[in-house]
Design a protein around this ligand. Structure first.
Ligand SMILES: NC(=O)c1ccc[n+]([C@@H]2O[C@H](COP(=O)([O-])OP(=O)(O)OC[C@H]3O[C@@H](n4cnc5c(N)ncnc54)[C@H](OP(=O)(O)O)[C@@H]3O)[C@@H](O)[C@H]2O)c1
Length: 293
């Protein structure tokens, strides 16, 4: 490579597009990148719909980014069982559009996927190489999205789990609302995973971009450390907000939902820790930081 080109790659500020910018993760990235010397452009469906290939292609050709962080997704897990066409269109086709453009326009894509690609039959943490077998339609569309992104070399996928944030809708806000309405709430105890503060994931993504010259393409797992059931998660939310509401542990079978979720979906973070010098907080520490800030 020509010397000037090498110097540009090393020293020039990067241009980074964030899609799905008004969601939980997109909003955290917006806040966290405010002081960055890199140039971030945040877009959501109102500006550019990732399913509209013509508009998307024009927009990305004009902007010519170095990176695109795809936070755009259809994330309503239960509703996806009924709205299959729209879930598939956004998660598979929309992501496929971005992936194809990453190859044509030579930007590096960082795509986010989910622990719900797994069936939960394991009882030890899932590695990146474990075979997906989604139980829900949402999980299937996200696995499809991974296959789209992996068609092209150089891209990065991060699977994460049980995201929450002060932005958007999530389990933390639902439990806080229920606690203000009821004396007792019932929460399932037989699904185990890792609650993840979207701010920690956003920080991890920004570290990847900082370290991009030494960060190999491929699949990675990231969540907060530790293990929780939804029951544990709810109890901690109430503890950290000093609510006296009683939480009753129930089985998933006592809380019928449209989508089936894995009973165990802990993600091993060994691979990402090998390439990034980051200390991942325990889920309780990160939850407390959000609720007591
Ligand atoms: N939430 C979780 O618990 C969880 C767990 C594991 C993995 N993930 C993954 O993590 C990523 C980020 O999740 P999140 O919780 O931040 O999602 P989110 O809050 O639902 O945000 C998704 C954003 O994408 C936008 N969007 C939807 N369709 C679009 C389209 N066609 N074009 C452009 N933008 C579009 C949404 O806009 P509207 O709101 O207007 O639709 C929303 O602003 C997703 O890939 C998700 O699958 C999430």
């Amino acid at each position: 490579m020509h010397f000037i080109l090498i110097m540009r790659k090393i020293y020039m500020n990067k241009k980074i597009i964030v899609t799905g910018a008004n969601g939980q993760l997109g909003s955290e990235l917006r806040e966290l990148s405010a002081d960055s010397t890199d140039r971030f452009i945040f877009i959501d469906v109102d500006e550019v719909d990732i399913c509209d290939m013509e508009r998307l292609s024009k927009f990305l050709s004009r902007e010519n980014p170095d990176f695109l962080i795809n936070c755009a997704a259809y994330t309503a897990v239960d509703k996806a069982e009924k709205e299959k066409d729209i879930a598939e269109k956004i998660n598979k086709t929309g992501t496929g559009n971005l992936a194809l453009l990453s190859s044509q326009l030579k930007f590096r894509m960082i795509h986010i996927s989910t622990d719900f690609v797994f069936d939960g039959k394991k009882s030890t943490p899932y590695d990146e190489d474990d075979e997906p077998n989604p139980l829900s339609f949402y999980g299937k569309t996200k696995w499809d999205s991974e296959k789209e992104v992996m068609k092209y070399e150089n891209n990065i996928i991060i699977r994460t789990s049980w995201l929450y944030s002060r932005f958007g809708n999530n389990f933390v806000k639902t439990i806080q609302r229920l606690a203000s309405e009821k004396d007792t709430i019932s929460v399932v105890y037989d699904q185990v995973g890792a609650p993840t503060n979207a701010r920690d994931l956003a920080a991890c993504i920004l570290s990847i971009i900082d370290e991009s010259n030494n960060f190999p393409a491929g699949m990675y797992h990231f969540s907060n450390e530790g293990v929780a059931s939804w029951y544990d998660f709810a109890c901690s939310i109430l503890e950290y907000t000093n609510k006296k509401t009683t939480v009753l542990p129930i089985r998933s079978s006592e809380y019928p939902s449209l989508a089936v979720r894995p009973s165990y979906s802990i993600l091993s973070k060994n691979k990402i820790k090998k390439y990034l010098d980051i200390k991942i907080p325990d889920w309780r520490q990160s939850l407390k930081a959000l609720l007591q800030s």
